[in-house]
Design a protein around this ligand. Structure first.
Ligand code: SAH
Length: 271
């Protein structure tokens, strides 16, 4: 009785929760238990249609807010607006939500566009297995030494910046995982990126193409920097370009393995 009266008199509504959740590359087996728990407890699920479908099935009492891929900031604002009303909201991203995905848009919304009530929202980011990690695991351990991830999309950064980074990453002998490698709207960028890398790295450098990793249509292939044809790549592919040390070998029964050794050849000791 007393509790009920207190609840009615309470001047502020219960603050909601907003969790930005990484679904991993596709299969449920590669989704963290913490992400599953958030999805179970969610009242509202927000995200790009494809990823919302990947995150389901949902219960009849859960509200799905699917949208197309291009309105990250609108999604982030909508998520805060619901959570500020006391709802338990989950925003879904594929892979890791902090890698070219929704966690960044949510933080940008909070820093730049926040309404006062948004700061009372309990905000959590739940990590996921990123595409490069999932693809690497399928073929061995190409990310076994220092590596970087570069998005080849020039939608949000100038192309000259991407070329500059590729050139420096290649000169630093990092393994380079390329995300957003090619699309109908960006048909020539991958070819130019490969030309930059070929200017620094040997033509026989192993390249891993991971397509739809963790999904039913998964295909992981190995080629070389010299032989890679941009036509063989699409938006659902992550392209991992080896360093000077990356090794490719076939097991006797024919399985391909790629790895980057943990060590570097030491320069000969001088006396
Ligand atoms: N947050 C995501 C990346 C989003 S950027 C993550 O951490 O994985 C989108 C790009 O990621 C795609 O163009 C593709 O290069 C890569 N990608 C995402 N999921 C993939 C998958 N299952 N298989 C292969 N590449 C994938």
């Amino acid at each position: 009785m007393r509790a009920a009266v207190t609840a009615v008199e309470s001047p502020c509504p219960r603050p909601g929760r907003l969790a930005v959740v990484g679904l991993g590359p596709g299969s449920r087996a590669l989704m963290a238990p913490a992400a599953r728990l958030e999805l179970e407890q969610a009242q509202d699920i927000i995200g790009y249609n494809t990823y919302v479908e990947m995150a389901g099935p949902f219960r009849a009492d859960q509200v799905i807010h699917g949208s197309d891929n291009r309105c990250e900031m609108d999604r982030a604002r909508a998520a805060f607006a619901l959570a500020a009303e006391g709802r338990h909201v989950v925003v879904v991203s594929s892979g890791d939500p902090g890698i070219f995905a929704m966690a960044t848009a949510v933080l940008e919304a909070l820093e730049v566009h926040a309404e006062p009530a948004w700061h009372a929202v309990e905000l959590a980011v739940v990590p996921g297995i990123s595409a490069a990690q999932a693809a690497a695991a399928r073929i061995g351990a190409p990310l076994g030494h220092d590596f970087c991830i570069i998005s080849l999309s020039d939608n949000l950064k100038p192309w000259s910046q991407i070329v500059h980074r590729l050139e420096l990453a290649a000169r630093a002998d990092l393994v380079i995982a390329c995300y957003n490698p090619i699309s109908r709207a960006r048909p020539w960028q991958l070819g130019e990126a490969l030309a930059v890398l070929r200017g620094v790295r040997d033509a026989d450098t192993p390249v891993v193409l991971g397509r739809d990793v963790g999904r039913p249509a998964e295909r992981v292939r190995v080629t070389t920097l010299g032989a890679l044809d941009p036509q063989a790549v699409d938006m659902r592919t992550v392209v991992i370009v080896g360093s000077s040390q990356t090794r490719h070998f076939s097991a006797p029964e024919g399985r391909d393995w790629v790895y980057t050794p943990r060590w570097y050849p030491q320069p000969a000791e001088q006396d």
